[in-house]
Design a protein around this ligand. Sequence first.
Ligand code: NAD
Length: 483
Amino acid sequence: MVDSSQIEAVVKQVIAEMGKLPGDSGISAASFNTPAASSSGGDRGVFMDVNEAVDAAWTAQREWVRFKIEERQRVIGEIRRVSRAHVEEWAGKVLEETGMGRYEDKVEKHLAVINKTPGPECLNTEAISGDAGLMLEEYAPFGVICSITPTTNPTETIINNTISMIAGGNSVVYNVHPRAKRISAECVQILNDAIVNAGGPANLITMLKDPTMDTVDELAKNPKIRLMAGTGGMGMVNALLRCGKKCIGAGAGNPPVIVDETADLSLAAEKIYEGASFDNNILCFAEKEVFVVEPNFDGFMHLIGKQGAYCLNAQETAKLVDVCLRKMKDGSGYEVNKSWVGQDAAKILEQIGVRVSDKCRLAVCEVGADHPFVQVEQLMPVLPVVRCRSFEEAMEYALIAEHGNRHTSSIFSRDVDHLTQFGRLIETTIYVKNSCTKAGVGIGGEGHCTMTIAGPTGEGITNAKSFCRRRRCMLAEGGLRIV
Ligand code: NAD
């Protein structure tokens, strides 16, 4: 039995072969938005059924791969334009649906991915011309990619991954976090409209209306999915790595920060306050614990208090552990109490009877290096600070707290040897010196932005190149050489 999507694909292929695709002929892009191109069981990219979502994305990809780079740029330009027009609305709706983070910071995150996610311009061709001919290596699409997105950056990850993945000629099927599925569906539909209005194929990005763990399994088993990309916690990333298919895993972090004896303390207090309170600390790359070398400890606590942080005493810290964390059922340690993830510092502190103004964005407390606030990835604006006897001790503690995620770390120091030593030891994908860790994804720093930081599988700060296959074309016997 041949189904309608297969017939549709064959028809489009024949038309394409005849050189009638937009850009290949004088036919306008809009003329390609025929009913056949957009007919499917979905609602502007949102599907009830896994196979339908994959088939629609597969059909769209067959068409998309033939678009010229200039046409991909035009479509991506429209995605950026339309997303910019929705930033405030989406930031508000994400906050409403997930109940986590801060509106103004979500606006900044959206603008960062819209403005700083590279398009196809980063897909440089490598060429070698020599006695034995001409070699070209190019970035080719995988085909249909399944992208699993987190609740902490739902629409930001969809915008970011859509630009990166389609820039490389792929299409995408999203399995979004169930706790952000309404705003994710709205975003996917609006981006689909933008793609179609700019002359691109319908259903270049699709998603499941009701995503579950089972739908992830079905997607992983679907032969038309060529690449699984997971952005979220380590449970999900580890599950993906076992699926038997090519995976890009962007997992959890627990970024340590060192403030050494040579640091500019005012700068450290200012930047750590800013970074650790950004979007209430739900970002995987946000500062999660600080190791301060002894001579600077009291000065640092004083200065971060002056920035606006509330400094907890020992009794208050003990009470807050019972609010923010829960003992694991098997007694092996603590886990985060999800009810307080991404909440405002003032709300969290209220639970232990401490009242602060809404302007207070962060609580800080002095704890030992093995304290659960240091070891558990909290994703809350509660920052543990550890007093260390030496730089070497700070490095040792930081290495343990990072748990081998090799995600993000930072240091405040004016000692070049310290900057080098810690970078070599900690081996994180992002290593920031003397600024907020968010500078490492281009928010207040140089370089492109991503919300998919693939530490476990090594792609790092992902962009269009990360979601492409390398293909080589070899023209032998001198080929086109003119020298
Ligand atoms: P989460 O792991 O609960 O969910 C992420 C996604 O994975 C969701 O779509 C969820 O439905 C799915 N999922 C969860 N367990 C799964 C399993 N066993 N099998 C298949 N799918 C599964 O994470 P979250 O709460 O949405 O996000 C916060 C976590 O993600 C933090 O640990 C944070 O550090 C991490 N994160 C990492 C990056 C990165 O780029 N490295 C970016 C954002 C968030």
